[in-house]
Design a protein around this ligand. Sequence first.
Ligand code: SF4
Length: 365
Amino acid sequence: MPLNNNNKKYDALALFSGGLDSILSMKMVERQNLRVLGLHFIAPFFGKLHKIAHWEKIYEIELLGLDVSDEYVEMLLNGPKFGFGKFINPCLDCKIFMLKKARTLLETYGAKFIISGEVLGQRPMSQRRDSLDIIIREADVRNELLRPLSAGHLRPTRAEEEGLVDRERLGRVSGRGRREQMILAEKFNIREVPTPAGGCLLTEQESCRRYLPLFMHMCRPSARDFHLANLGRQVWSKTDPAGWMILGRNKQDNEQLQKLAEDKDYLFEIRHYPGPLGLGRCFCGRAWSEEMLAGAAAITACYSPKARKSRRSVEVVLTHKSTQRIITVRPDLKKQCSGWTEPEWNREQAREILENKTQLMPEAT
Ligand code: SF4
């Protein structure tokens, strides 16, 4: 769903990640007196809605934020056709997904073609020549897709053949280096050059270790679950696979947890001491036992240094389905934490889990 709609018409739509290649691709086409609208996709794993206004200002471009969270998570759970990269990144399917989305918007914006910042040979999985061809075929954008940075190495596209774009003024960039991109950045007067780091959490071990238990234990995780997995300290019960707790590490985390809390969740808040908000996510209709609720209250209290130092029993308020009650616990970090574990990344285990689609059963009611 577009996050803003200015009803204007454009010559081209561009996939805009915020990375240098996507900026340069847009600029290269805009320099040919064409109007380009950049599409910035938002999902739990990528996208920075809060940066759109900044990018528009410093790069002098027009952008549209598109929240594709639910559809993207669906694609992930259904098993990407072309598999995963080193972590949980389905790069080929991801590109196909985004291009298909862009194709559906061409008519709305009166645009004739789509721009993407892919560079031939830059990435092992998604930017080899055969991968670039697969992406075109699967997204059905043979006539629409222009890759301006590497155009000189690729077949002329319809926009070039019809004279809409001058092929001579497009790039011949290939490979992993950034030298040519830096020259172009200078030429286009790009004042703020983004760092090469991707910004996609599906390619980062720290995030993927958080996501893996969702694939393992949940019936069918939602986009909201993945948003939750991005937050705070994640702990899982060692004895009950339904025991997922998220503990805020600071005020912002606590506020985000409040926002993402659902009525069915368990919320734990220490009385009289500052400390984390604990959120226990209830999923697949499995209610928590009294023992697990007490353990969750205890671990919440343990992460309050002041409550721990008091060496006294402390009260934790449990909120669940709009009702509240007090659980009294002793915040002994070593003892209370022993029943919980932080998820770890194990590549072999991850392969097995991700490939075994039978684990992703429809959500129980
Ligand atoms: S790195 Fe992430 S955003 Fe980029 S193509 Fe791969 S999965 Fe998609």
